[in-house]
Design a protein around this ligand. Structure first.
Ligand code: ARG
Length: 566
């Protein structure tokens, strides 16, 4: 595909030899509105050398550049040089690219031979997989797909919270009040009941706290009873989590969770000692981070048990050794910002420059309309319930609008779940938000179902018009503003995928496919796609096909399916 930005850079660099191409590239802007062109080059930085007022420089440069076959118009407006892409060139190159690459449009080898780890979801076993986990799960899943599409070797890791003092609590609670059969009938809810009860009782009874500590230590010491109970808890929890992962089409390459590092932490402790970084404080071992304006990183508690932080450090070393990652990404809530800063700093002061390749990708908090989520107090919304409710509601809608649809159940699943994922990925991930059933289950406006519906519409047009991609197609028939608008968005799509990757922000893709869907629907209402003129029909169907292809790729990168009929 023609890289029009590259052409802009060439034209400028021919006239301005003291700026490198990279410099020019970083200066080129995309104007906020299309009336100002597809690209703009502000000339401010040239005024020192040229010793002229910026608007005179731009005027002068425009006349020197002259005409270019790639641009319809190159003009100066004040200190800017604006470049307008030649429409017929644009249409030709985009359509050819879609025809050649199909569902690989926008894919690349950018990440060749580079391994990217995306760690996401990472719920704590024996606890509900709730609405607070949806963000890490869908953001992580999408980033994983985006990196893969750009040619990186990708590893999806679920760093299960399967270790820590809370398992001491659970084991102790089970021994006191537990019943295997009851728990297996509804594992997470029953385990949660035990956990909540234990927490409440613990406030009144100090002995329970001790007992929980005792059982966690026994687990660390590989006491058979403790290990078996813990393994069983892990198994039944994973069975529950996997139901949700199936629904969300999420797969992991590794489930190495916290417990996996239980025998890999001593090395970390030793190395910290050797490097003189470990300090004793109140009987515990810490790494002092005063110099970096951070509270100390807790490495080992006074009773000898290790901590969350220590496990993360051990995990990072393990990943470096095992995967030699280019990036090691953690999709974890912003509440843990400090935790990640601390342990990454520890690795840095240990002298490892790959600490900089460990990247925390934070996201904002989800709260409920009636307050914050609290597992301990049992105030949770189960993710599985949200997804099931979305499917149910979708089925109702299908039953009222399109009762004869084939595979209704399957489509309801694709659309209902798609709606939930889409809404999660529609806003900048760092923003906090309040979970609302109404918003999640609304299918109007800029929603997943709207985009999926547009995709289904393109599909039925292609079927109805007997579209054949191998027909001879005259692209020059695509000239209307509505048509060019779609093509421009399609042209920009590969760059949007790269932006999403660089900023670890899938929502750029979400917004872009909404724009494409809107542009297509505008075109659909303003123009007859399947009309009497055979040549126009073919060209418009090619545009329809291109739209379908890009929407499907975009939805796929978000982890959303694109049914052909709905
Ligand atoms: N299990 C933790 C939680 O639910 C999240 C783990 C995040 N990942 C990590 N490497 N610390 O809060």
């Amino acid at each position: 595909m023609i890289d029009f930005k590259e052409k802009v850079i060439e034209l400028i660099s021919n006239e301005v030899d003291f700026l490198s191409k990279d410099d020019i590239s970083n200066t080129v802007e995309i104007p906020p509105s299309h009336e100002m062109g597809d690209y703009a080059f502000p000339v401010f930085r040239l005024s020192k050398t040229f010793k002229k007022a910026p608007n005179l420089i731009s005027e002068d440069l425009v006349s020197k550049i002259g005409d270019s076959e790639y641009f319809e118009k190159i003009e100066n407006v004040g200190p800017y040089i604006n470049f307008f892409i030649d429409d017929s060139r644009l249409v030709g190159t985009v359509m050819d690219e879609i025809k050649n690459k199909g569902d690989k449009y926008g894919a690349s080898k950018l990440g060749k031979d580079k391994t990217v780890i995306v760690e996401f979801s990472s719920p704590n076993i024996a606890k509900p997989f709730h609405i607070g986990h949806i963000r890490t799960t869908v953001i992580g899943n999408s980033l994983y797909k985006i990196y893969k599409f750009l040619g990186f070797d990708t590893i999806a890791i679920n760093h299960l919270g399967d270790y820590g003092t809370q398992f001491g609590m659970l084991i102790s609670a089970f021994k006191k009040w537990g019943n295997k059969e009851v728990i297996e009938s509804d594992p997470i809810r029953e385990l949660l009941k035990l956990y909540v009860k234990y927490n409440a009782e613990m406030k009144k009874n100090k002995k329970l706290k001790e007992s929980a500590r005792y059982w966690f230590r026994e687990l660390e010491n590989k006491n058979q009873e403790a290990v078996e109970l813990w393994q069983w808890i892990k198994e039944i929890s994973l069975q529950e989590f996997n139901k949700v992962y199936d629904m969300l089409n999420t797969e992991f390459d590794s489930f190495a969770g916290e417990s996996f590092y239980s025998d890999k932490m001593e090395d970390v402790v030793e190395e910290l000692k050797d490097k003189d970084l470990l300090e004793k404080s109140d009987g515990a071992y810490i790494v002092n981070l005063d110099k970096y304006d951070m509270p100390p990183a807790l490495i080992k508690k006074s009773d000898g048990s290790t901590l969350y932080t220590t496990r993360d450090i051990a995990a990072a070393f393990y990943r470096k050794k095992t995967y030699d990652f280019y990036k090691n990404i953690y999709v974890v809530a912003s509440q843990q910002n400090l935790h990640f800063k601390q342990w990454m700093k520890v690795i840095e002061v240990m002298g490892y420059d790959w600490a900089k390749d460990c990247i925390h990708v934070p996201f904002g908090m989800v709260s409920l309309e009636d307050g914050t989520l609290s597992t301990r107090e049992g105030r949770v919304v189960f993710l599985e319930d949200v997804l099931n409710k979305a499917i149910e509601k979708t089925l109702e809608i299908i039953d009222s609008r399109n009762p004869d649809l084939r595979n209704k159940e399957q489509v309801a699943r694709q659309v209902g779940i798609g709606a939930v994922i889409f809404q999660e990925l529609f806003n900048q991930k760092i923003k906090d938000y309040v979970f609302s059933w109404d918003r999640t289950l609304s299918f109007d406006g800029e929603t997943g179902p709207y985009v999926q519906y547009t995709h289904a519409r393109t599909n039925s047009l292609l079927e109805r018009g007997n579209f054949n991609i191998d027909d001879e197609i005259d692209y020059s028939l695509l000239q209307s503003e509505e048509e060019i608008n779609i093509i421009r968005l399609i042209y920009n799509f590969p760059g949007i995928i790269i932006d999403s990757m660089e900023k670890n922000e899938p929502y750029f893709i979400t917004r872009h496919i909404v724009e494409i869907a809107k542009a297509f629907n505008k075109f659909y209402t303003s123009s007859k796609i399947i009309g009497d003129d055979e040549e126009i029909k073919k060209a418009r169907l090619m545009l329809t096909y291109s739209t379908k292809t890009v929407i499907k790729i975009g939805l796929g990168l978000l982890g959303i399916e694109a049914p052909n009929k709905m």
